[in-house]
Design a protein around this ligand. Structure first.
Ligand SMILES: Cc1ncc(COP(=O)(O)O)c(C=O)c1O
Length: 405
């Protein structure tokens, strides 16, 4: 037995590893993986981009680059973020190796062992792992269909004897809850944080993946609201709009926060892959992103509609959910007397996997939900997957009735 560190034994990291394994299982119908389907990637376009690069840029692909990122990609990102209404002139962009690295960097930058971090409940489990590894004290605040529970947030902040370092939220097409914050809720959240000195960490990995053009304005980030009395660090990712294999993300923050973040990143991996940054930059600079996003939005809308239709047909009436307006996830609600883990144990033997609710609870307890991801699902497997899952749920419901007799 080795003397592993306390941090490495954290529960959530183990869950991620299991998740990745399940998602790659060939014979399973997997609602587990929160990633695009392989068939959706722009393989041909990236082939063309690489083949038409000038020789000197090809050589640059193999080279180290500046820690803050490949300058032309920073430029391209500036216009991408400007289009989203973000004040890039007053801030700095740091390119990161996935946006999960941005979350790691920010955590290293601000959090000492025992410091408080506020999160939503449920919350993205990758971020939870990072916070746990930093030995932070995580306090979570429930969310409803419109966003974080404002009253719960207020009383949490009042009840703490120390100031939390930051509040981590995913307001647009939440992972796992699938919801989008209403503009009112975003405003209220900023009002609560105003003047408290609690930094807002706004994770915006999914905002380009709305289903309805007319609802695009709902994805407006809080960082673009221009609040003067709340420090906001905004993070974004190429994983859901180009491919997670690029391992490309970024953070947008004030100069002071950027400077220290760059130092942290330097010690982590010196720089993000030039190869990937150059390919991604060409994708943006040659205006290939917007048409590709249009294609993706249609694909995900179709998958969501199919999943929604089959859930309506097959799920027992005790199961409820909110229909998502974008993103990757449907978050099913179970009656309180049955657990998502029991359903998982039943459905996995029949060949269907998903992610259990407790995985997204910082305390690993709340288990009355389950996350279905439609992004990675071949369209023709959705119905079969839902039938098997609904049978598993019915069986667990039946068993619970028998047990209570
Ligand atoms: C909310 C959220 N943030 C960040 C990430 C991580 O993305 P990346 O691949 O850029 O590290 C994910 C990936 O699932 C996510 O769901």
């Amino acid at each position: 037995m080795y003397a592993f560190s306390n941090a490495v034994n954290s529960m959530h990291s183990e869950d991620i590893k299991q998740l990745m394994k399940q998602a790659s299982g060939k014979s399973l119908i997997s609602f587990a993986g929160g990633m695009p389907n392989n068939d959706l990637f722009p393989v041909k376009q990236i082939d063309d981009i690489y083949n038409s690069l000038p020789e000197d840029i090809k050589k640059l692909c193999f080279q180290y680059g500046p820690t803050s990122g490949y300058p032309p990609l920073i430029k391209s990102l500036e216009s991408y973020l400007k289009n989203k209404g973000l004040a890039v002139e007053d801030n700095r962009i740091l390119i990161t190796t996935g946006s999960l690295q941005a979350i790691s960097i920010i955590t290293q930058e601000f959090v000492n062992e025992g410091d408080i971090i506020l999160t939503e409940n449920p919350s993205f489990l990758g971020a939870l792992s990072v916070f746990e590894t930093a030995r932070a004290e995580i306090h979570s605040i429930p969310i409803d269909k419109d966003g974080i529970d404002i009253e719960a947030l207020k009383s949490k902040i009042e009840s703490l004897d120390r100031k939390p370092k930051f509040l981590y939220v995913t307001p647009n097409y939440h992972n796992p809850a699938g919801i989008i914050y209403t503009p009112e809720r975003k405003k209220e959240l900023l009002e609560v944080l105003a003047g408290t000195g609690i930094i807002l960490l706004e994770d915006d990995a999914y905002s380009d993946l709305y289903f309805n053009e007319e609802e695009q304005h709902l994805t407006k980030s809080m960082k673009s609201y221009g609040a003067k009395d709340v420090e906001i660090i905004y993070t974004g990712s190429f994983s859901k709009i180009l491919g997670p294999g690029f391992r490309l993300g970024f953070m947008l923050s004030s100069e002071e926060i950027f400077e220290k973040a760059e130092t942290v990143k330097q010690a982590m991996d010196a720089c993000t892959s030039n190869f990937m940054q150059i390919l991604a930059n060409e994708f943006l600079a040659q205006h290939k992103l917007e048409p590709y996003l249009k294609f993706l939005r249609n694909e995900y809308l179709e998958r969501k509609n199919l999943l929604q239709k089959h859930l309506k047909t097959y799920m027992p009436k005790e199961i409820t959910w909110n229909e998502p307006k974008g993103g990757f996830y449907i978050w099913l609600k179970l009656p309180s007397h049955i657990k998502s883990t029991e359903i998982f144990n039943e459905s996995v033997t029949k060949g269907v996997v998903f992610v259990t609710g407790r995985t997204f609870d910082p305390a690993s307890k709340k288990d009355d939900r389950l996350r279905l991801s439609f992004s990675n699902m071949p369209k023709d497997s959705i119905e079969k997957g839902v039938i098997i899952l609904s049978e598993a749920i019915k069986k667990v419901l039946e068993n619970s009735k028998i047990e209570s007799l």
